[in-house]
Ligand binder design. Structure first.
Ligand code: ZN
Length: 116
């Protein structure tokens, strides 16, 4: 089984894991006292103020796709794993920065292609 990272535990805490990983984390937490201790540590760290909206954005924006990658997503072109990740980032994480970028790209795409 894949190693459960601190980042996964944080995402689990924020309810931001895809279902498959969520199940894996829950199972691992039930089975491993060491992991439960780590999870407690993660929660305490979040409680020290790292769960402010600003802190969450700073963390999650690190994983934002580039505008080019979003462009590929609009066209359904590119690495399928990357497209899956972008879908997760937009729909599950619900990143407003990328949503805005995506809306913008969609508009630009329609307007630009209509002209000859
Ligand atoms: Zn984003």
């Amino acid at each position: 089984m894949a190693e459960i990272t601190r980042q996964m535990l944080r995402d689990y805490l924020h309810d931001a894991l895809p279902d498959a990983e969520l199940a894996a984390v829950e199972k691992a937490l039930r089975e491993s006292a060491k992991l439960r201790a780590l999870y407690k540590d993660v929660i305490e760290q979040e409680d020290r103020g790292e769960h402010t909206v600003g802190a969450i954005w700073r963390r999650e924006r690190v994983s934002c796709p580039t505008r080019d990658q979003l462009g590929g997503y609009v066209l359904g072109a590119g690495d399928p794993e990357l497209l899956d990740y972008i879908e997760f980032h937009l729909k599950t994480v619900g990143c407003p920065f990328c949503q805005a970028n995506l809306d913008d790209l969609k508009k630009a795409g329609k307007g630009g292609k209509a002209k000859k």
